[in-house]
Design a protein around this ligand. Structure first.
Ligand code: PGA
Length: 242
């Protein structure tokens, strides 16, 4: 099974989200690919009803579980409305909104406690890559997230999304992604976790997607911009079907 996850970020108005979900509900996805869509929170319930909760994820989740936490939404509430997945530690949360490795860990634990399937996003910045620190940065992100974690039999997804490749039109080559993902699998195994789905994300589009998808080592894709428009999304799903 391969995975195609569409992260719609903050690209749409509410009506645009609803319209896109309606369009997506008409698309065909090949049986050996699991597709899931990550609209903004206000469209989640509509997406669950239209697409089925197993095809829907939230872009973020609170680490708090309940109570006096103004503005936050708990993993439990996402689960309650039928959402299946949650992105955790997306680089835009880490780098634009100051999310720390410690918060990412707490969000991961919150998901696991509520049976929301987390997708742990990791990736290095350009500066870190140029300084030769990719492994060090990823290692820190992975260890703080996974050390002594109880996965509660939940499947774990990791998305390798180099920050320098996200939204830049400069993707990480499939060879490079394969190499880092091979290393991520080894690293994750040191925490006793052997079943993990590792995805690639960062400037994936209909032209380059098959170079990642055709690799045994890459379990799927997390796609942002190119998945947020029905035409480009459709092109990608057609490419998968062939
Ligand atoms: P992008 O975003 O495909 O627009 O580069 C990917 C992501 O942030 O998940």
């Amino acid at each position: 099974m391969k995975y195609f996850f569409a992260n719609w970020k903050m690209y749409h108005t509410h009506q645009e989200s609803i319209d896109l979900i309606d369009e997506v509900s008409k698309l065909e996805v090949t049986a050996d690919v699991t597709a899931a869509y990550f609209p903004n929170d206000l469209a989640l319930e509509y997406a669950v009803n239209k697409l089925g909760g197993e095809h829907v994820g939230t872009q973020d989740v609170s680490w708090a579980s309940e109570g006096a936490n103004t503005g936050e939404i708990s993993a439990h509430v996402y689960k309650e409305i039928g959402v299946n997945y949650a992105l955790v530690g997306h680089s835009e949360q880490r780098h634009k909104f100051g999310e720390t490795n410690q918060e990412v860990r707490k969000k991961l634990e919150a998901c696991l406690a509520s049976n929301l399937m987390p997708i742990l996003c990791v990736g290095e910045t350009k500066q870190e890559q140029e300084a030769g620190n990719t492994h060090e940065v990823l290692s820190e992100q992975i260890s703080s997230a996974l050390q002594d974690i109880n996965l509660n039999n939940t499947e774990l997804f990791i998305a390798y999304e180099p920050v320098w490749a996200i939204g830049t039109g400069t993707p990480c080559s499939a060879d490079q992604a394969r190499e880092v993902i091979r290393w991520i699998r080894q690293e994750v195994a040191t925490y006793g976790i052997t079943t993990v789905h590792v995805l690639y994300g960062g400037s994936v589009n209909s032209d380059n997607m098959l170079s990642y998808f055709s690799s045994d080592n890459i379990d799927g894709l997390l796609v942002g911009k190119a998945s947020s428009n029905i035409n480009t999304l459709n092109q990608m799903l057609i490419a998968l079907n062939n």
